[in-house]
Design a protein around this ligand. Structure first.
Ligand code: SF4
Length: 335
């Protein structure tokens, strides 16, 4: 029996602001190319989805957006993203530094201060080690310096910061120095956490960099205490398997992604939200038709001896699906 899929939400994405990184662990490398669709049309479509969700009482359905791949927005887009975030009851006030173009000196300060005046109160950085190691993971020489320069400028202006620090085999030894550098930057650290690579996108090529149970269980306290937030259940494949099998007969609940661009906007504008969602769900179900049930995937590809550590059961399932696609010559399902 194929894997059953149920859509638990829709994430509308717009490739609007180009990304100036080439991260080796990028989850969305295929969407780094920009779209010519004006933001205003995208925004209108998303507002319509929020109106529809409210009018039909679909409280169970999450409607989300991703306007990217970088947050290098002009001010008009920034305000538009804030309006959409407000529809979910949230605020858009933390700016992600991933993939920003290089700006220097006065131009950088002016850029930052303009965003602060527009309501941005903090900055989010993702760092994979320090110096050349980070630069190599992110595909841009000098990026570690650039990230810390912006954090420093922000801190000096009262902006808070969020820091996501990747833990891999090759960043582990650099953590002390990384934390020392970050601790010397002025300003409030509102959120600092250690993360592993998800098994997705380009990151799936780096299984050799994945930490093991042994490393996890002996992490220095200074790193271990940063294991927090949504994905703090770090388990090895052998530890995930029994947990996954408890719910193996349940459908996989997915947030369905919909890339909105100049090629499909006319059609989307003519269609009802209900029809768009139903069609998206149908396409996902169709793409999962050749994927065996979770129990079957596990029996064929699961490794109950593997001590490599993952943050989500979905990462482990992703590996099995990839192996299945590889062995059968089929296409992996939409993700
Ligand atoms: S900044 Fe984000 S979108 Fe750009 S390459 Fe890195 S991970 Fe991918």
């Amino acid at each position: 029996m194929p894997r059953q899929i149920v859509g638990k939400g829709l994430r509308l994405t717009l490739r609007h602001a180009p990304c100036a990184h080439i991260c080796r662990y990028c989850l969305i490398s295929e969407t780094r190319k920009g779209s010519a669709l004006p933001f205003a049309r995208f925004e209108q479509l998303v507002h319509r989805f929020y109106d529809w969700k409210a009018s039909v009482g679909r409280d169970d359905l999450g409607i989300g957006i991703f306007v990217g791949p970088s947050f290098d927005y002009d001010l008009e887009t920034l305000r538009g993203v804030a309006r959409l975030r407000a529809r979910r009851g949230g605020k858009f006030e933390i700016l992600n530094l991933g993939g920003l173009r290089i700006r220097r000196g006065d131009a950088l300060v002016a850029w930052l201060e303009e965003r602060q005046a527009a309501g941005i109160v903090g900055l989010h950085t993702s760092l994979a080690g320090c110096d050349e190691t980070h630069d190599r993971w992110n595909g841009r020489r000098g990026d570690f310096d650039y990230q810390t320069t912006i954090l420093r400028l922000g801190g000096e202006r009262g902006m808070v910061r969020h820091e996501r620090l990747f833990l891999t085999q090759n960043t582990l030894a650099q953590f002390d120095r990384l934390l020392d550098v970050l601790d010397h930057i002025p300003g409030e650290v509102r959120n600092r956490y250690v993360t592993l690579f998800f098994y997705a996108g380009l990151a799936s090529r780096y299984e050799d960099e994945r930490i093991t149970e042994e490393i996890r269980d002996r992490l220095p306290e200074r790193i271990g205490r940063l294991r927090q937030g949504k994905f703090q259940d770090w388990r090895s494949e052998r530890e995930w398997i029994p947990i996954m099998m408890e719910t193996a007969d349940k459908p996989r609940k997915l947030v369905l992604k919909l890339d909105v661009h100049e090629g499909n906007i006319d059609q989307l504008e003519k269609s009802s939200c209900e029809a768009i969602f139903t069609e998206r769900e149908r396409l996902y179900q169709e793409s999962y038709r050749s994927i065996p049930s979770l129990g079957e995937l596990c029996a064929r590809y699961g490794d109950p001896t593997s001590r490599k550590v993952y943050m989500m059961s979905r990462d482990v399932e992703g590996r099995w699906i990839d192996r299945h696609a590889h062995e059968t010559g089929g296409k992996p399902p939409i993700d």
